[in-house]
Ligand binder design. Structure first.
Ligand code: MD5
Ligand code: FE
Length: 203
């Protein structure tokens, strides 16, 4: 079922469910080589969300700013390859949402434990902001917030559950968005956490 939740933003509820086992295997391979870590913002705050990456471009933040890097600063090695399952799923979801030809080079993996949140922001570190963003949710449910182009635009809330995929294209690509503090809970497959894979074209 496709649900348009904003201009150019399409929610595909449960779209990833048939692929969850493969995704968890791929996730374990990535995090064995590039473990989750809590990065520091340019302002000096440690993020509550733990992150890692796979694919040619990895999103990083430290005291010098936000950027995409081809190497993991923790190991000095290239990020682990983008697993075929993840790439295929992102491409199929984008096509289903009307964005055929999407070819991601960046997969940011966010791990939320209870209390972790992402404050309202825009995704602006990608070279060509015309490409959509595909986000895939696993584990505990979260309340996602999305507003508009202006920080002060009214914010809508959407519940995102295990297996949900959202394709953020068109005007929504640059909308402000965030994730409310994760509520306590235990997911049967993921435990006490939510994992979000965010696929982008960065370079
Ligand atoms: C998450 N991650 O649930 C989200 C999924 C991030 C981030 O926001 O930057 O790591 S991506 C959600 C997204 C992307 C682009 C536009 C919009 C939402 N939007 O218009 O609401 O961990
Ligand atoms: Fe974002």
């Amino acid at each position: 079922a496709r649900e348009e939740i904003g201009p150019g933003a399409v929610l595909l509820r449960g779209w990833a469910l048939p692929r969850v086992e493969d995704l968890l295997v791929a996730l374990a391979q990535v995090t064995a080589a590039a473990p989750f870590r809590r990065m520091v913002t340019p302002g000096g705050f440690e993020m509550s969300v733990a992150m890692t990456n796979c694919g040619p471009a990895g999103w990083v933040t430290d005291r010098s700013g936000y950027r995409y890097a081809s190497q993991d600063p923790l190991t000095g090695l290239p990020w682990p390859p983008l697993p075929g399952t993840v790439r295929d799923l992102a491409r199929a979801a984008a096509a289903e949402a009307g964005y055929a030809g999407f070819d991601p080079d960046a997969c940011l993996i966010n791990q939320y434990e209870p209390g972790a949140r992402l404050t309202l922001h825009q995704d602006r570190d990608e070279r060509d902001k015309g490409h959509p963003i595909v986000s895939l949710s696993l584990g505990l449910p979260a309340t996602f917030q999305f507003g508009g182009l202006k920080r002060t635009d009214p914010v809508r809330r959407v519940a995102l559950a295990h297996g949900d995929v959202v394709v953020w294209g068109g005007p929504s690509r640059l909308f402000h968005h965030g994730v409310l503090p994760l509520k306590d809970g235990v997911h049967p497959l993921l435990g006490a956490r939510r994992i979000n894979l965010t696929l982008r074209r960065a370079f």
